[in-house]
Design a protein around this ligand. Structure first.
Ligand code: C2O
Ligand code: CU
Length: 459
């Protein structure tokens, strides 16, 4: 296969242009401006919003059953907060301004401290004006390590980004409020990168087994991914182990905020192509991350890996007799709005659009004062999401993982973010075992900002 580097400018033409002293305490995680070379060499560096001056922020690693403690120090010119995506977390630490905490003002701090019940691949990102703050760089990986580390030769985080940069200036295109973007697919970038770099290259030897932790940190892009010179298995989705390692036979689809843990064996010999490819949408496959095969490990291939140990309290829920709550996904451009009725009632789209809202969840644009559902602790919930728009949506529940329920009653794997394609209906079920106020929203962050944000309460 011809391995071509993706081009940076492709597609841009179509896009609209437009200190206080710190008290003793936790290790800090400072949100700050920085200058980083996101674009290929030769292009200008980019002024970003970062954690600790790097893109992505530092990989935070902690053992399962341990605690994570970080003091967010806000050196940005805007208020911010951190959401620890996928962690079954203490609600007060969930990072949602106006729901679980006040936003942290410039020069302010907030102490995050919480237990880590589940091993797996998670991530953290800004959750105040996240549409803009994540697009400017505020995210990083959070790895919770299994008690007994699985047998791999290397453990690599690959955090995938989709930046929207002006190639002339190298700066982020400042179109965050663009109605066209918000009401269509969201902020789709023109430069895909991994771990903050355009040309990330990892090293490995033939026959080595790598654990690749893929995280889609993009604002809106759904990544179609393929391996080259590698063969392997999917071990976990959204942090949660699968019952058995699943051989990778086809394209992997990673919606915004989703993660996949892969175990891959390097089959390529020294000098042969190896890496992670993605489809930009024009039938080509381009290199997203390259693996430079530097030699040969003596070890022969080890066969199918054992599954990762199951996380606690993740049994399949009993949904028999549980009422199904309907959450239609409505609105958006290309006739979605015209079509959007809720329970037979016309929606006042004109009024919503004047307020910058283009989408609704269960007939409601934005979070509102009342929860979509009030659940009692321990109750099983079923939510049916019918996508009555012409765009895909990556629906994310905070605080708890769920399973999809197929029409025949079968359950999907545990996830915290599920892709709902246009015209499709996806039912999720979960046990409401984490008390608090939890968002349920689209992780295409422009959609979340323009109506697709709801919440549930567990008491
Ligand atoms: Cu990763 Cu409410 O989001
Ligand atoms: Cu959406």
């Amino acid at each position: 296969m011809q391995m071509t580097r993706r081009s940076f400018c492709a597609g841009l033409a179509a896009l609209p242009l437009s200190r206080p002293a710190i008290a003793q305490g936790f290790p800090t995680l400072t949100a700050q401006e920085a200058t980083v070379q996101l674009a290929p060499d030769g292009y200008p560096a980019t002024r970003v919003w970062s954690y600790e001056g790097t893109i992505p922020g530092p990989v935070l690693r902690a053992p399962q059953g341990g605690r994570l403690e970080r003091r967010l120090v806000n050196r940005l010119p805007v208020p911010t907060s951190i959401h620890w995506h996928g962690i079954r977390i203490d609600n007060a630490m969930d990072g949602v301004p106006g729901l679980t905490q006040d936003p942290v003002p410039p020069e302010g701090t907030f102490d995050y401290a919480f237990d880590l019940p589940d091993a797996g691949t998670y991530w953290y990102h800004a959750h105040t004006n996240s549409m803009e703050q994540v697009a400017r760089g505020l995210s990083g990986a959070l790895v919770v390590e299994e008690k007994t580390p699985p047998a791999v030769d290397r453990d690599e985080v690959l955090m995938i980004h989709d930046w929207l940069l002006d190639p002339e200036t190298g700066q982020f295109v400042d179109s965050f409020q663009n109605a066209m973007t918000l009401s269509h697919a969201g902020r789709i970038g023109n430069l895909q990168g991994v771990n903050g770099r355009y040309d990330v290259t990892l090293e490995a030897r033939q026959n080595e087994r790598l654990r690749l932790r893929l995280i889609n940190g993009a604002n809106a892009r759904i990544f179609a991914l393929r391996l080259e010179g590698l063969t392997g298995w999917t071990l976990a989705l959204d942090g949660m182990p699968l019952e058995a390692a699943e051989p990778i036979t086809e394209t992997l689809v990673l919606a915004p905020a989703q993660r996949i843990d892969l175990f891959v064996d390097v089959t390529a010999a020294q000098g042969e192509n190896a890496g992670l490819l993605f489809a930009p949408g024009d039938d080509s496959w381009q290199v997203l991350a390259e693996i430079n095969v530097t030699g040969q490990a003596s070890r022969a291939s080890r066969g199918t890996p054992a599954p990762l140990p199951r996380n606690p309290g993740t049994e399949v829920p009993d949904v028999a007799g549980v009422r199904v709550l309907d959450m239609p996904l409505q609105g958006g451009a290309m006739r979605g709005i015209e079509r959007g009725r809720f329970r037979g009632q016309e929606m006042d789209w004109q009024g919503l659009i004047e307020n910058g809202q283009f989408w609704t969840l269960a007939g409601q644009a934005g979070r509102g004062d009342a929860p979509f559902a009030s659940l009692s602790l321990g109750e099983t919930a079923r939510i049916r999401m019918a996508n009555d728009t012409v765009f895909p949506h990556a629906m994310h529940l905070h605080g708890m993982h769920f399973r999809t329920v197929a029409p025949d009653g079968g359950f999907g794997p545990l996830r915290d973010t599920v892709l709902v394609m246009p015209g499709d209906t996806v039912e999720i079920a979960f046990v409401a075992d984490n008390p608090g106020k939890w968002l349920l929203h689209c992780h295409m962050l422009g959609h979340a900002a323009s109506g697709m944000t709801s919440w549930i309460e567990v008491t």
